[in-house]
Design a protein. Structure first.
Length: 209
């Protein structure tokens, strides 16, 4: 149906031959068309894959927004704009469903390509023998790493949106093998452990069940 003003008429006839008519103007509005804009944010924290993206739908002030991020965890986010960390290397089909103020529901999607996984820094992880166990875990997991020489160490827990949940500043840590228990993750889901040491960052993805 085209976008236009219509004047439908209702005709009522009774068994004894009486009839009446009633009409009311009705305006039919076409569903809006929108675009999805995406930019990289926090590139300094994710220099390899530029994994954190900010996505904005071009329709402002709608009644509701629902984003499906296309990841293995089937993450759904409300609101506009949204920010999200795409942990793994690959291509993601992100879908946005909008209900505007007139009640129209429209859907659009965008493809996002991630060139490098956040937690796949094998060379760095191997250099420091950095592991997390158990993984997946229940309430807590243990971070293990080995330092070839004394250095400043800071451990951060980040959620799927790239927000820092907790930071543990270990200060200057001596050379050798070290273990650090990590908890206070919050709800079940995927998290990112970032270890800053020797002037660089090493990442590990963990999953809380």
């Amino acid at each position: 149906t085209a976008h236009a003003l219509y004047n439908p008429t209702l005709i009522v006839k009774t068994p004894n031959g009486c009839s009446d008519t009633f009409s009311v103007p009705v305006e039919v509005t076409l569903p809006p068309v929108f675009d999805i804009d995406t930019i990289t944010v926090n590139a300094i924290d994710y220099p390899c894959g530029k994994n954190k993206k900010k996505l904005t739908a071009s329709i402002p002030d709608a009644e509701s927004y629902s984003w499906e991020m296309g990841d293995l965890a089937v993450t759904k986010l409300p609101g506009n704009p949204v920010e999200f960390v795409f942990f793994a290397k690959g291509t993601y089909n992100v879908k946005c469903t909008i209900k505007d103020l007139s009640g129209c529901i429209v859907i659009d999607s965008i493809t996002i390509k991630i060139d490098c996984s956040v937690g796949i820094q094998d060379v760095l992880a191997a250099k420091y023998d950095l592991t997390t166990y158990p993984n997946p875990f229940g309430q807590s997991t243990n971070l293990s790493f080995e330092l070839p020489n004394a250095t400043e160490v800071k451990v951060s827990i980040l959620d799927m949106l790239g927000r820092t949940i907790k930071t543990i500043d270990l200060g200057r840590v001596n050379a050798g093998k070290h273990n650090q228990s990590l908890e206070d993750f919050g709800a079940a889901g995927s998290y990112l452990i970032r270890v800053d040491l020797d002037g660089q960052s090493v990442y590990k993805q963990v999953i809380k069940q």
